[in-house]
Design a protein around this ligand. Sequence first.
Ligand SMILES: *Cc1c(COP(=O)(O)O)cnc(C)c1O
Length: 388
Amino acid sequence: MPDKFKHLRFNSLTIHGGQKPDPSTGAVMPPIYQSSTFAQMAPGEHKGYEYSRTKNPTRHALEESIASLEGGKFGLALGSGLAAIDCILKILKPGDEVISTNDLYGGSYRLFKQIFEPFGIQFHFVGMGDALSIESHVTENTKMIWVETPTNPMMNIIDIKAMSLIAKKHSAILVVDNTFASPYLQQALSLGADIVMHSATKYLGGHSDVVLGLIALNDPELAKKLYFIQNASGAICGPMDSFLVLRGIKTLHLRMQRHCENGAAIARFLNQHEKVAKVYWPGFENHPNHKVAKEQMKDFGGMLSFTVKGNSFEDTLKVISSLKVFTLAESLGGVESLAGHPASMTHASIPKKEREKTGVVDSLIRLSVGIEDIEDLKEDLDQALQTI
Ligand SMILES: *Cc1c(COP(=O)(O)O)cnc(C)c1O
């Protein structure tokens, strides 16, 4: 990042972090450098770019941007959130153990269990609501602790600072999947994480038009390993997708403000609705980890879940199918409001008994509250709930 921008605050960094007018043309927005290779003046003598898997100017601008937003020294961009997670896990070796939250993004769980476990890495999935209880799972082979907070879809909050103390004590690397919060709400590196990652497909991109993953960190040795894996394994993102996320990031702070405002209003609206049993949202004072959420997050975000009274599968499907402004879809974090039914969508592959243990009952609906007019969102939820 140019030195003149080093002192900037978060909202300014979303616009200027890692970005400067293009040196060859003065283009204000980093151009889409749709080129696989770059001319060399003499063998090995070049302008910083040789081949786009290794380094591409548009992707590089995005990598600088995420580093600046997370308060990190280094940034990496990859082809998807899962490609970013895959890159991070490849620093491990057979025999290493990972302690992960049990209420984890399904795709991460699948990658851990079905790709990395057969390569000899062992995963322990544990509840992390009480940070101290995880120490009993630490062994001499524990090399990584994997945290996702808030969690999906139950909106549990994990204390990042407390987890970082345990990780440091046992020389394990603490990784935080910061997708649900975005760097606007939560800066995991400053809370003690060694590596923070994002599915930029969600809030950072913000417009449901791109799939991309991002990583930020401070440690130069770890960064060296990750850049090596990024280039050697090659799961990079293209220049067009990098451009789209850079463009999305420029309004992250504005969008997040409205997501939080609308999220809070919908949580309170549903909480007093006669057809609703329970609302899961970390902004409520009676949420089990409200205090931690308040400490480590700037606000409570646009994600929430609720259960429909009566716990009937059919009634819940009727409600969710009657929504008109909310779109029935997977994913989250875009400008448009989305609704999902975990029991039949994201969590359908988990046996009913297992999913119900973590709270994913038949009547649970998850909302990604968008930035539409709040009255339209409330009216939509109300008319859908009135169908039962
Ligand atoms: C979507 C998501 C991912 C995976 O990201 P992709 O971009 O879909 O590969 C990982 N973690 C969380 C919390 C997510 O929501």
